[in-house]
Write a protein that binds this ligand. Structure first.
Ligand code: ZN
Length: 292
């Protein structure tokens, strides 16, 4: 069949329409940073349009930042490696609870890589070992620190990269499976940095103190709310130098290295929480999560 002029015009219009359609969906699509992710990592999701994202059945609202919309999204440590879908929804559906029109949902794929986590065998005295079985006191601890992280500051209080809070030898990395006196205890969802007793611990970035108290297992503990749903935590301090409600600047001394609570020697147990999930602190040293 010979194509007449009329059919050619229609064909041309269809091709142009498809091309424009693809371009629009790419523009409104969101990007995921960094491009390679591992179990326990934090992702930065960026979009040119207001909305919210869905990963792993959890919803995260995008916040305005430098004419963009961003959200920090945690990958739990126990997330199975593989390919996952992240969905972007327009803002209206979160406010009005409407069901999003199918064509409005944008999808992107993220590959979560396997991270090799080692095993640690810790030997402690019988007295110390019984500490980890006091469920009542451990529950009280949990209520205190999760309570401190409720109602976080939405707007990021920091603009620069995070610093390592204390110089020292990293003795236990994030993600270690820990055995105490040969008994499976827990997965270490923080990083231990050994340093001499009394070494100053610095605020890794600007933030507000939301916990400064003595806890049962954590000993003297500080939690900083950095805004943007990001918290950092510091345990086993010899002494606290801050109190709840106070604002700190990056580099301020928040306390000193000690061995209070469940601890076998002077060290800092340092945790980072994103939306309340303990993530790998290593990713934050010398980096700004809002620009990675
Ligand atoms: Zn630790």
């Amino acid at each position: 069949m010979r194509m007449n002029k009329y059919m050619l015009v229609i064909l041309f219009t269809v091709v142009v329409a498809i091309t424009i359609g693809m371009t629009i969906s790419e523009v409104t699509l969101f990007s995921i940073h960094p491009s390679v992710t591992y179990q326990g990592d934090t992702m930065l999701l960026q979009s040119s349009r207001e909305g919210w994202v869905e990963f792993n059945g959890e919803k995260y609202q995008l916040q305005t930042l430098n004419h963009q919309y961003v959200a920090l999204v945690p990958i739990p440590l126990n997330q199975k490696p593989g390919t996952y879908e992240i969905l972007w929804h327009p803002i209206e559906t979160l406010i009005h609870g409407n069901i999003t029109a199918l064509q409005e949902i944008k999808k992107a794929k993220v590959v979560i890589n396997k991270k090799e986590f080692s095993t640690q065998y810790l030997e402690v005295t019988k007295e110390q070992q019984t500490m980890v079985y006091n469920d009542e006191k451990i529950k009280e601890d949990r209520i205190k620190y999760t309570g401190a992280m409720k109602n976080p500051i939405e707007e990021p209080l920091f603009k620069e990269e995070f610093i390592q809070p204390v110089e020292g030898r990293i003795t236990t990395m994030y993600g270690y499976t820990r055995y105490i006196n040969g008994v499976l205890d827990s997965t270490h969802q923080a990083m231990d940095i050994a340093a001499p007793m009394g070494t100053p611990i610095l605020a890794p970035n600007h933030g507000k103190i939301v916990l400064a108290a003595e806890l049962y297992l954590s000993g003297n503990r500080v939690i900083i709310d950095h805004g943007g749903t990001l918290h950092t935590s510091f345990s086993h301090l010899s002494k606290l130098n801050v109190s709840v409600g106070e604002y700190v600047k990056k580099g301020d001394i928040i306390g000193w290295v000690g061995s209070t609570g469940f601890s076998t020697g002077p060290h800092l147990h340092h945790a980072v929480y994103v939306h309340g999930y303990p993530v790998n602190p290593e990713q934050f040293f010398g980096a700004n999560p809002l620009s990675w």
